[in-house]
Design a protein around this ligand. Sequence first.
Ligand code: SF4
Length: 468
Amino acid sequence: MAEAQDHNRETRLPEAEIERQRGIMDQIAANGVGKYWINTYGCQMNVRDSQTLAGMLEGMGYEKAAEQRQADLILFNTCCVRENAERRVFGNVGHLQALKKERPNLIVGVCGCMMQQDGSAERLLSSAPFVSLVFGTHNLYRFPELLQGALKGERLVAIEGDPQGVIAEGLPAQREGNSRAFVNIMFGCNNFCSYCIVPFVRGRERSRAMGDILREIEGLSAQGIKEVTLLGQNVNSYAPEGGGSFPKLLKSLEGLVPRLRFMTSHPKDLSDELIEAMASSKTVCPQLHLPVQAGSNAILQAMNRGYTREKYLGLVEKLRDAMPEIGLSTDFIAGFPGETESDFAQTLDLCAKSRFDSAFTFIYSRRSGTKAAKMEGQIPSEIQHERLSRLIALQEGITAEKLRAMEGKEYELLIEEPSRRSKQDFMGRTGSGIAVNLHGEGLRPGDFARAKMVASGANTLRGELISE
Ligand code: SF4
């Protein structure tokens, strides 16, 4: 069941606590430190959290190691959305046992969503007793204090904390690249989709103040950042204390950076006001990731998604009416408990009708602690895989057709990093989010360039620069 954001609750962490952590960072820096390595799993929220960890580490005088083996501190920032995630992380942590024997001062830490799950930290520590630092998402801001303990040889586990979650403003961030940045606008989720573990590990929805977001983006713009992606589990329900809404936030950010994107949007909260704010903006890119998950009303209800297939298809129509060039992507889950062949046919039908530019397709993954894990009618793996392949084949055909239809047209691209093969081969992205490979002497990441699309592949286009 959805819960309203509690506006009376103080969600912002007191400044004095951030100051205390900064003081510890200075103490660590004064004592001489070494090199770090962070392994990040999962979604953009985790990528952003790893940037905060890296920012704190660099503030403590640590440098990023060239490779994991050379690091004095190795962190694993974990995700728990997929079923086999725990096996993979525990395996990768376990591989460090030999390195730890060789170098007893090596500190291995594990953090993130997985550690916030019941029993996960205990299981990790019994399988990898050499791990000296374990903390969950609610304790990220305490990293300097926890690291200080670990440096003294203590073994620290910090997975407690307010399950509702807090907002810690003013933590440093070390971002990769210098043209694009992620900015959190809210944390947590109140939706309790029946298959999802996020509300249990990331706490309830809490929104950053509009002024804090504005200041952060102004700072990024001054550093030359060209594209900001606003992050939240469900940005459409952004509701800061003291009033405000997501469309209002977008309007207040107009013109601060050349390109603004956001994710993720929940279909049940996608308002006409938001569609209008996107369509009328010169800053917000015509791109939307709108996870549908399934095309059958019975399954959408069992998932507790809060919308019907008709409502979803209506949204797709409204979005395309308002922004004919919009790039639409989605997520699908195949083989949810109780999904019949006719339910799945409805998913295929919705996929065909929506003509998404791309889709992330998953097999339903049973997560303990969720309602869906206890549901009857769990689908055998062979059926799940067979349905997934049919869905992938359908979407691949649509993606290829849509890319083919872009051939011969011209688009403005924001140039991203050069390819590994050549410093003059780049990937640029259209406003609608399509990746375009192109050759461009003298181009640099962060440049804008116009290009004509000359060929299309399975997921990307090939473009040629148009000289102005
Ligand atoms: S699937 Fe998304 S909206 Fe649903 S509970 Fe998880 S994070 Fe929230």
